[in-house]
Design a protein around this ligand. Structure first.
Ligand SMILES: CC(C)(COP(=O)(O)OP(=O)(O)OC[C@H]1O[C@@H](n2cnc3c(N)ncnc32)[C@H](O)[C@@H]1OP(=O)(O)O)[C@@H](O)C(=O)NCCC(=O)NCCS
Length: 177
C-alpha cells in the first residue's frame, strides 16, 4: 500500500472507494461523499498537494482531502472526506492517510486542521472544538462533532468563532451540505 497525491486519473477509483466506505441504504438522504470528491476539484479551497489517495497496486483503496477553511479571521485546513474501501478497513490505511496529510500540512505551515467527526481522530491529537468556542452552525449536534488539531500550539485559545469551509461545502442558499 502506498499513499500518493491525488491525480485526475484516480478520480473514478477515489469515488468508488468513498462509495464503498460511506454507502448505505439511506445514503440518498445524506451527504454524498463520493460525488463531493469531484465537486472539490473545482472548488476555491482545493489544494492539489493536500488531496491524497491510498493505492494497493494500482487500485485506489482510500481517499482523504484537506481544503482551505477559516475560523474567525484565521486560515487553516478542513479534513474530509476520508474513506477507506470496506474490505480494506482496519488495516491502517485511514491512519496512513491522516498522518501523511498532517505531515504535509505542517510542512506547508498551516496552523490547524479541523473536521466534523468522531472519536477516531483523537489518536492523531484532534480535540473537541467546544472548549475553544468553535462552531460550525446553529446546530448543537453538528457543533459537538467539531474536532481540531493545533499544529501551532501557540494558537490554542487564541482562535474561536465560526468555522467556514470553502465554497464546495455549501449549497446555493449558503447552507452547509
Ligand atoms: C473511519 C475510517 C476512515 C478509518 O480508516 P481505517 O483504515 O479503517 O482505520 P485504521 O486501520 O487506520 O484504524 C483502525 C482503528 O480505528 C478504529 N476505528 C475505525 N473506525 C472508527 C470510527 N468510526 N470511530 C472510532 N474508531 C474507529 C478501529 O476500531 C481501530 O481501532 P484500534 O486501532 O484500536 O484497533 C474507515 O473505517 C472508513 O472509511 N469508515 C467509513 C467512512 C467514515 O466513517 N469516514 C470518516 C468520517 S468522519
Amino acid at each position: 500500500m502506498e499513499i500518493k497525491t491525488f491525480e485526475r486519473s484516480y478520480l473514478q477509483g477515489a469515488k468508488d472507494a468513498l462509495k464503498s466506505a460511506f454507502y448505505h441504504e439511506n445514503s440518498d438522504a445524506f451527504f454524498n461523499e463520493w460525488e463531493f470528491a469531484q465537486l472539490l476539484l473545482g472548488s476555491d479551497g482545493y489544494i492539489p498537494e493536500l488531496c491524497l489517495v491510498a493505492l494497493d497496486e494500482k487500485k485506489v483503496v482510500g481517499y482523504n482531502a484537506l481544503t482551505e477553511a477559516r475560523i474567525g479571521g484565521c486560515s487553516g485546513l478542513a479534513l474530509g472526506p476520508l474513506g477507506v474501501r470496506k474490505e480494506y478497513q482496519n488495516t491502517g490505511i485511514g491512519s496512513a492517510l491522516v498522518k501523511e496529510c498532517i505531515k504535509r500540512a505542517e510542512k506547508a505551515g498551516f496552523p490547524w486542521i479541523v473536521l466534523l467527526g468522531g472519536n477516531y481522530y483523537s489518536r492523531f491529537g484532534f480535540e473537541s472544538g467546544k472548549p475553544y468556542g468553535i462552531t460550525v452552525s446553529e446546530n448543537e449536534f453538528e457543533n459537538e462533532h467539531i474536532r481540531i488539531l493545533f499544529l501551532d500550539e501557540a494558537l490554542k485559545y487564541k482562535i474561536s468563532g465560526r468555522l467556514v469551509y470553502c465554497d464546495a461545502f455549501y449549497d446555493s442558499d449558503g447552507k452547509l451540505l
